[in-house]
Design a protein around this ligand. Structure first.
Ligand SMILES: NC(=O)c1ccc[n+]([C@@H]2O[C@H](COP(=O)([O-])OP(=O)(O)OC[C@H]3O[C@@H](n4cnc5c(N)ncnc54)[C@H](O)[C@@H]3O)[C@@H](O)[C@H]2O)c1
Length: 331
């Protein structure tokens, strides 16, 4: 199949591109390089600079690829803003990029007769669930503009699919980390506020120390439990998801996580076995549930997918990639 990866210069889009190419598919990347990097774009892809908020940037790519005699079969959308605190201070920018960007992209896809869409969603659509395990049919109650924009996008895709005969694959990610085994691509952003990027920043001296917010939660060691998934496992699920909707002409929405949880303390201990991390306990933050784990039965059943990389592989690949990057920057 021929896949348009929108946001393919970013973290998850680039890893998905690598997995698509390894699976023998053809990839075209469209990206405005706002947070992505040109060097993340796989050399075997055709790259187009463009912004999905401008319809002509998308139709230009779709028409150019159509004229080769091999049109785009599936479009994957990764092109979002995703920093939760920034979404709280700049909600309009998030609605514009995430919701208006997707609306424009869907309009172009419908006009150019591209009928299969894979969309990156997030566990943030669940908000603060009452139950520790999140299933796709559970309530969606986002607690920040980022989660709201993603939920609005999910609904938009579903309505457009019903009206225009699209097949969609909506994937709700839990905590994604790690780097490709080649160490050519990985996560190199220092403004991220999730646990594993924060551990890496503390380990590499980019920040003084890691703060562990609260050790009095209702969990065995008192720290919050979350679900962590390796980016390559996640990327492989996208390949299966695209193949599934194309082959079956059916839509699906599913969670992507490991299906099991680790406490903050367990993640830190696993990291400490690999490298030193300065850390300190601090007070709880408001709004952190005790436990959040993905139910991944649906992805297992429909896609035949199973995450295979463990926490140690996630941490080690992430660290090795960052070390390599820091060394190359030092020259
Ligand atoms: N990283 C995570 O842990 C995580 C978790 C849950 C969901 N997600 C979702 O996964 C997707 C990808 O996240 P990521 O971590 O790879 O982010 P990223 O910032 O690394 O990648 C986003 C890419 O999209 C491009 N882009 C953004 N707006 C664009 C626009 N208007 N036009 C064209 N290109 C544009 C950026 O330049 C970048 O290359 C997002 O939709 C995000 O909501 C990510």
């Amino acid at each position: 199949m021929k896949v348009l990866v929108v946001g393919g210069a970013g973290y998850i889009g680039s890893h998905t591109t690598y997995e698509l190419i390894r699976a023998g598919h053809e990839v075209v990347v469209l990206d405005n390089l706002s947070t992505g990097r040109q060097h993340n774009v796989h050399p075997q892809t055709s790259f187009y600079w463009g912004d999905i908020r401008h319809k002509s940037d998308i139709t230009r790519v779709l028409e150019a690829e159509h004229s080769t005699g091999k049109p785009i079969d599936v479009a994957m959308h990764f092109a979002a803003k995703l920093i939760v605190p920034q979404s709280v201070s700049q909600p309009l920018a998030y609605y514009e990029n995430n919701v208006e960007g997707l609306r424009t992209m869907l309009e172009a896809l419908v006009e150019c007769n591209v009928r299969n869409v894979v969309f990156s969603s997030t566990a943030a659509v669940y908000g603060e669930p009452d139950a520790p395990e999140c299933s796709e049919d559970g309530p969606t109650k986002p607690i920040n503009p980022y989660g709201e924009t993603k939920l609005a996008c999910e609904k938009m895709i579903q309505w457009v699919a019903a009206a225009h005969g699209l097949n969609y694959c909506i994937l709700r990610y839990f905590n994604v980390a790690g780097a490709d085994e080649s160490l050519e691509i990985g996560l190199d952003k220092d403004y991220l506020t999730w646990l594993i990027p924060l551990i890496m920043q503390a380990a590499l001296g980019i920040r003084d120390k890691l703060f562990i917010y609260g050790n009095d939660y209702n969990t065995p060691d008192g720290t919050c439990i979350r679900d962590y998934i390796h980016v390559t496992d996640l990327a492989q699920a996208h390949v299966l998801g695209a193949e599934y909707i194309l082959k079956n002409q059916q839509s699906l929405l599913c969670n992507l996580g490991s299906g099991s949880g680790y406490s903050v303390k367990e993640v830190l201990d696993a990291a400490l076995e690999l490298f030193p991390v300065p850390f300190e306990y601090a007070a709880r933050r408001p709004g952190d549930p005790d436990i959040l784990i993905a139910n991944i039965d649906r992805a297992r059943k429909l896609l035949g997918w199973e995450p295979t990389r463990n926490l140690r592989t996630i941490l080690k690949s992430d660290y090795d990639f960052r070390r390599k990057l820091a060394e190359s920057r030092r020259g």
